[in-house]
Design a protein around this ligand. Structure first.
Ligand SMILES: Cc1cc2nc3c(=O)[nH]c(=O)nc-3n(C[C@H](O)[C@H](O)[C@H](O)COP(=O)(O)OP(=O)(O)OC[C@H]3O[C@@H](n4cnc5c(N)ncnc54)[C@H](O)[C@@H]3O)c2cc1C
Length: 275
C-alpha cells in the first residue's frame, strides 16, 4: 500500500504499483510495522522491548530420550524464560527462549539466524537439564520483540472510515500468548459491528473500536506484567516460585481473559532453576 485518502463516500487506496482502489472502508491488518497505522496515527514505530526470542523446531526422534517431552513446559529464571511444547502429534518439539539483549541490526526482520553460543551467553548459568536441552538444538531463528504501550482509547483503533486490527493496533509481548488471539477477537467484533442495522460505516467502525480497545489494552498490560514476573530476580522470583508450587498450573489462569475456569487441555509443567 502506498497511501490512502478518505473521500466523501469512502476511502481511496493507492497500491505500490499505482493502482487505485475505492472502498467503503479501509482495514489495516498489516502487522506491527503497519503502513496504515503510520498514516492514520503518525506515531513512532513500535518500540524494541529489549527482549530477543530464539525459536527452534526439533524432531523429537533426534533428541536423547530424556530430553523428549509431551508436555507444555515453561522455565523461568533471571532475565529469561523458555517455553517448549510438542507439535505435529508429538513428533516435533517447538522451543522459544526469551532473553534480554541489545537491539540487533535489521531489528524489524523476524527470522534472523540465531546462534546457540550467543543464546547461552545471554542466558548465563542455567541448570543442567535446561542447558542440555537448549544446547541440543542445531539451528535457532532470532526475533527481536517489539510492542507498544497499552492502547489509550478507541481513537487508536478507528478514525473515520479507517480501522486497525491485530498487531497493527496493539502489538504486544508474547508472554500471555494472546497477540493472534486478540487479532481473531478483533475480527469477530468487526464482523458483528458491520452487520449492525442502520448505522453508517463510520458508526459501525466506531462501535468496533469501542468494543475492543479496553480489552486489548488490558491484555497488552498483562503481557508486560507477565514478562516482569517470568524474568524476575530476588523476592519477586521467590514469591513467584512459591505461588507456582502452591497453585500449580492454576497460577497461569486469567479468568477475565479466558472467561471460564482453569485452562483445560494438555498437561503443563512449570519449572524454576532451584528445583
Ligand atoms: C515469539 C512469539 C510468539 C507468539 N506466540 C503467540 C501465541 O502463542 N499465541 C498468540 O495468540 N499470539 C502469539 N504471538 C503473537 C502473534 O504472532 C501476533 O500477534 C499475530 O501474528 C498478529 O497477527 P496480525 O494478523 O495482526 O499481524 P501479522 O501476523 O504480522 O500479519 C500482518 C500481515 O500483513 C502483511 N503486510 C504488512 N504490510 C503490508 C503491506 N503494505 N501490504 C500487504 N501486506 C502487508 C504482512 O506480510 C503479514 O502477512 C507470538 C508472537 C511472537 C513474536
Amino acid at each position: 500500500m502506498h497511501g490512502w485518502r478518505e473521500t466523501a463516500d469512502g476511502v481511496e487506496v493507492r497500491t505500490a504499483d499505482g493502482t487505485s482502489v475505492k472502498a467503503d472502508a479501509l482495514i489495516g491488518a498489516d502487522g506491527v510495522w503497519s503502513a496504515v497505522r503510520q498514516q492514520l496515527l503518525g506515531d513512532a514505530p513500535a518500540r524494541f522491548t529489549g527482549h530477543l526470542a530464539y525459536r527452534a523446531l526439533v524432531a523429537q526422534a533426534d533428541l536423547p530420550a530424556h530430553l523428549r517431552s509431551d508436555q507444555v513446559t515453561v522455565w523461568m529464571g533471571p532475565r529469561l524464560h523458555v517455553v517448549h511444547y510438542p507439535v505435529r502429534s508429538g513428533q516435533w518439539l517447538n522451543l522459544v527462549a526469551i532473553v534480554h539483549g541489545s537491539k540487533p541490526d535489521q531489528a524489524q526482520e523476524w527470522d534472523q539466524a540465531g546462534h546457540t553460543q550467543a543464546l547461552m551467553q545471554a542466558m548465563g548459568a542455567v541448570g543442567r537439564d535446561l542447558h542440555e536441552r537448549l544446547a541440543s538444538v542445531p539451528d535457532w531463528r532470532r526475533w527481536a520483540l517489539h510492542d507498544r504501550a497499552p492502547m489509550a482509547g478507541p481513537h487508536e483503533m478507528v478514525q473515520g472510515r479507517v480501522a486497525l486490527l491485530g498487531d497493527a493496533a496493539h502489538p504486544m509481548r508474547p508472554y500471555l500468548a494472546q497477540g493472534a488471539g486478540m487479532a481473531i477477537e478483533d475480527a469477530q467484533a468487526f464482523a458483528q459491528s458491520l452487520s449492525a442495522g442502520d448505522a453508517t460505516v463510520a458508526e459501525q467502525l466506531q462501535t468496533y473500536a469501542e468494543q475492543r480497545w479496553a480489552r486489548n489494552a488490558r491484555v497488552q498490560a498483562r503481557a508486560i506484567r507477565n514478562g516482569r514476573i517470568f524474568h524476575a530476580t530476588g523476592p519477586v522470583a521467590w514469591g513467584r516460585n512459591l505461588s507456582m508450587r502452591l497453585l500449580g498450573e492454576r497460577v497461569m489462569d486469567v479468568p477475565w481473559l479466558y472467561s471460564g475456569g482453569p485452562i483445560a487441555g494438555s498437561p503443563s509443567t512449570f519449572r524454576d532453576f532451584s528445583s
